[in-house]
Design a protein around this ligand. Structure first.
Ligand code: ADP
Ligand code: ADP
Length: 229
C-alpha cells in the first residue's frame, strides 16, 4: 500500500470538510499497523479509502501495484473481492442469517461453488472455535463470539489484507484480548493488518502506530523489537 498526498474533501451544503489532508503512507505486505487519533481526525475516511470502499478527492493510492485512486465503484468492488477482509466494532453480522450463512456470504459473492464454500466455511469456523455454533443466529451469541464469526467472515477467502475498525471497541478485556490474539496469529501467517483503535493496549500488538490529527499524519512510532523481549 502506497499513498501520495491523499486528500479527501466532503462537501455538504455550504460546509467543506478536509477529512484527509495530504496523507503519505507506505504499508508493506505482512505489516500490522495501528491507526490512532481523536474522534473526527479522519480514521474512518482513511480506512474506507484504503479498503477501496471510497475514492480520495486528490492524490494517488497504489494497491498491490495498481493505481486505484480513480477507479469506478464496480472496479473497486472487483478488486476488493478475495483481497480485503473487513472487521468492524459492531460486528455487522446479518441477523437473519445463521453463523454458517454469514461466513459464507463473501464466497457467494465470489461465485464459489456450494461444495467448496461448505469446506471453506467449516474450516474457518473450526479455526475460530465456532463450529459448535454454526446454526446459531448472531443474537444468540456473546459479543466475543460474534466478533469471532465476523473475523471468520473477513478471512474465509484468505485475503492478503484485513482492515479492522476498533475491533475490540464493544468487547470486555478478556474477549478483546482474544480478538487481538487472533489478529496477531493471522498476521504471523502473512496477512497485512490495518487496525483503527483507541486502545494503547491493542496498539501494542502492532508493528507500527500511525497517529492522525486533523486529517494529517502527525507521528509514526515503530514498535518492532518490543515484541521480541
Ligand atoms: P474518525 O473516524 O477519525 O472519527 P472520520 O473519518 O469519520 O473521523 O471523519 C473525519 C471528518 O470528516 C469529520 O470532520 C467528519 O465530520 C467528516 N466526514 C466524514 N464522513 C463524512 C461525510 N460522508 N460527509 C461529510 N463529512 C464527513
Ligand atoms: P499475493 O502475494 O499472491 O498477492 P497475498 O496473500 O500476499 O498474496 O496478498 C493477497 C492480496 O492482498 C494481494 O493481491 C493484494 O491485493 C492485497 N494486499 C495485502 N497487503 C497489501 C499491501 N501492503 N499493499 C498492497 N496490497 C496488499
Amino acid at each position: 500500500i502506497n499513498t501520495v498526498n491523499l486528500s479527501k474533501v466532503f462537501r455538504t451544503d455550504e460546509i467543506e470538510t478536509l477529512a484527509l489532508n495530504s496523507v503519505n503512507l507506505k504499508i508493506n505486505k505482512g505489516e500490522f499497523v495501528a491507526i490512532m487519533g481523536p474522534s473526527g481526525c479522519g480514521k474512518s475516511t482513511l480506512m474506507n479509502i484504503l479498503g477501496l470502499l471510497d475514492n480520495p478527492s486528490e492524490g494517488q493510492y497504489t494497491f498491490d501495484n495498481t493505481e486505484v485512486a480513480g477507479l469506478k465503484e464496480g472496479q473497486r468492488t472487483d478488486l476488493r473481492k478475495g483481497n480485503i477482509g473487513f472487521v468492524f466494532q459492531s460486528f455487522n453480522l446479518i441477523d437473519e442469517l445463521n453463523v454458517f450463512e454469514n461466513v459464507e456470504m463473501p464466497l457467494v459473492y465470489q461465485r464459489i461453488s456450494s461444495k467448496t464454500r461448505k469446506e471453506m466455511v467449516n474450516k474457518v469456523l473450526e479455526r475460530m472455535n465456532m463450529s459448535h455454533r454454526a446454526k446459531h443466529y448472531p443474537q444468540q451469541l456473546s459479543g466475543g463470539q460474534q466478533q469471532r464469526v465476523a473475523i471468520a467472515r473477513a478471512v474465509v477467502s484468505n485475503p492478503g489484507l484485513i482492515l479492522a475498525d476498533e475491533p475490540t471497541g464493544n468487547l470486555d478485556s478478556k474477549n478483546g484480548q482474544e480478538v487481538m490474539e487472533l489478529l496477531t496469529e493471522l498476521n504471523r501467517e502473512g496477512t497485512t493488518i490495518i487496525m483503527v483503535t483507541h486502545s494503547i493496549q491493542d496498539a501494542g500488538y502492532a508493528h507500527r502506530i500511525i497517529n492522525l490529527f486533523d486529517g494529517k499524519v502527525v507521528m509514526e512510532e515503530s514498535l518492532v523489537g518490543e515484541h521480541s523481549l
